[in-house]
Write a protein that binds this ligand. Structure first.
Ligand SMILES: Cc1cc2nc3c(=O)[nH]c(=O)nc-3n(C[C@H](O)[C@H](O)[C@H](O)COP(=O)(O)O)c2cc1C
Length: 300
C-alpha cells in the first residue's frame, strides 16, 4: 500500500496536510499530533511586516461551519523565520509557507526572504485585498492573478502554489490564469464570504461585518470547484473545504485533488489530521487499492 504523492517535485508521505490558519505552525498541536505523520504542514499566512488583524469579535459559529474575520493577524516574516521555522526544523515534514500581502511588493518581500530557508513550497493567499487596486482581492480578477503569479514565479526559489478564492463567478478562469502565469500548483478553496446578524442587538456579529465561511457547510461547493479546475488545468491541485473525515478527503481526491488540507475541523477535533491519514490507509486496505495516486481524479 502506497500513500505517497508528489507535487512539483516535492514528495509527500501521504496527501493530508493542514490548512493555513487552522494549525498555526504546529506549536499548539505538537502535544496532540505526531507532526511527522502529516503529509505536510501548511503554516498560517505571513506578511513582510506584522499585521495586528481585525477588531473582535472575529469568529462565530454557523450551521456546520464557522465565520472568521481574523484579518490575517501575523507576526511578520522576521519573527516567523526566527521562531516558527526554527521550531519546525526539528521535524522531518515538508513545510509549506502561506504568504499574504497588501501589494505585490509585500508578497515579493516575503518570497525573497524565504528563498534561502528549507521551506519546501510557497502557498500564495490571493484572497487579500490589493490596496493599490481599490481593495479587490488579487484572486478575484484574472489579470491581477496572472500578474502576481508571474512576478512571484520570477523570484521564488521554491515551487509556488496559488491558493484560489472561491468568491468568483468562474473558478476555472482563475485556475487557468494561475497556470498560464507559471504556477506549479493551485490550492482551493479559501473561505466563502458570509455574514451573520445578531437580531437582539440589531448588529453584525463580526466587527468586520463579513467573514469567511469554512467547515463542512462549504464542502460540496469545494468538491465541485476542485472537479471543475481538475478538468480545466493540468497542474496539481490541493483540495480543501470542510474536510472532517477520510471519506471527505477521498471525495476531493476522486474529484481530482492530488492532496488535501484539513482546516476548521482541527478546532473541533485536534486529532483530525492523523485520524484522516489512518482512515485513508484503511480505505486502501479495505478496497484492495494499492496507491492513493490511482484514485486522483478517478471520478470523471
Ligand atoms: C481561522 C481561520 C484562519 C485562516 N487563515 C488563513 C490564512 O492565513 N491563509 C489562507 O490562505 N487561508 C486561511 N484560512 C482558510 C483555510 O486555510 C481554508 O482554505 C478554508 O478554511 C477552507 O477549509 P476548511 O473548511 O477545512 O476550514 C483560514 C481559515 C480559518 C477558519
Amino acid at each position: 500500500m502506497d500513500t505517497t504523492v508528489s507535487i512539483a517535485g516535492v514528495e509527500f508521505k501521504n496527501p493530508v496536510m493542514t490548512a493555513s490558519g487552522t494549525f498555526g505552525s504546529g506549536m499548539e498541536y505538537c502535544d496532540f499530533v505526531d507532526i511527522e505523520k502529516l503529509g505536510a504542514i501548511v503554516t498560517k499566512g505571513v506578511a513582510n511586516v506584522p499585521w495586528p488583524g481585525n477588531p473582535t469579535p472575529r469568529v462565530t459559529e454557523t450551521p456546520s461551519g464557522m465565520l472568521n474575520a481574523i484579518g490575517l493577524q501575523n507576526p511578520g516574516i522576521d519573527v516567523f523565520i526566527e521562531r516558527d521555522l526554527a521550531f519546525l526544523k526539528q521535524y522531518d515534514v515538508p513545510v509549506i509557507v502561506n504568504v499574504c500581502g497588501k501589494s505585490v511588493e509585500d508578497y515579493l518581500d516575503v518570497v525573497e526572504r524565504l528563498s534561502d530557508t528549507n521551506v519546501a513550497m510557497l502557498e500564495i493567499n490571493v484572497s487579500c485585498p490589493n490596496v493599490k487596486e481599490g481593495a479587490i482581492a488579487f484572486g478575484q480578477k484574472k489579470e491581477a492573478l496572472f500578474d502576481i503569479t508571474k512576478r512571484i514565479k520570477a523570484v521564488a526559489k521554491q515551487p509556488v502554489i496559488m491558493k484560489l478564492s472561491p468568491n468568483v463567478t468562474d473558478i476555472t478562469e482563475m485556475a487557468k490564469a494561475a497556470e498560464a502565469a507559471g504556477a506549479d500548483a493551485i490550492s482551493l478553496i479559501n473561505t466563502i464570504t458570509g455574514m451573520k446578524i445578531d437580531i437582539n442587538r440589531r448588529k453584525f456579529v463580526l466587527a468586520n461585518k463579513t467573514g469567511g465561511l469554512s467547515g463542512p457547510a462549504i464542502r460540496p461547493v469545494a468538491v465541485r470547484m476542485v472537479y471543475q479546475c481538475a478538468n480545466a488545468v493540468s497542474i496539481p491541485i490541493i483540495g480543501m473545504g470542510g474536510i472532517a473525515s477520510a471519506e471527505d478527503a477521498l471525495e476531493f481526491i476522486m474529484a481530482g485533488a492530488t492532496a488535501v488540507s484539513v482546516g476548521a475541523y482541527n478546532f473541533i477535533n485536534p486529532y483530525a489530521v492523523t485520524e484522516i491519514i489512518d482512515g485513508l490507509e484503511q480505505y486502501l486496505k479495505r478496497n484492495g487499492t494499492e496507491t492513493v495516486r490511482e484514485l486522483i481524479g478517478c471520478v470523471k
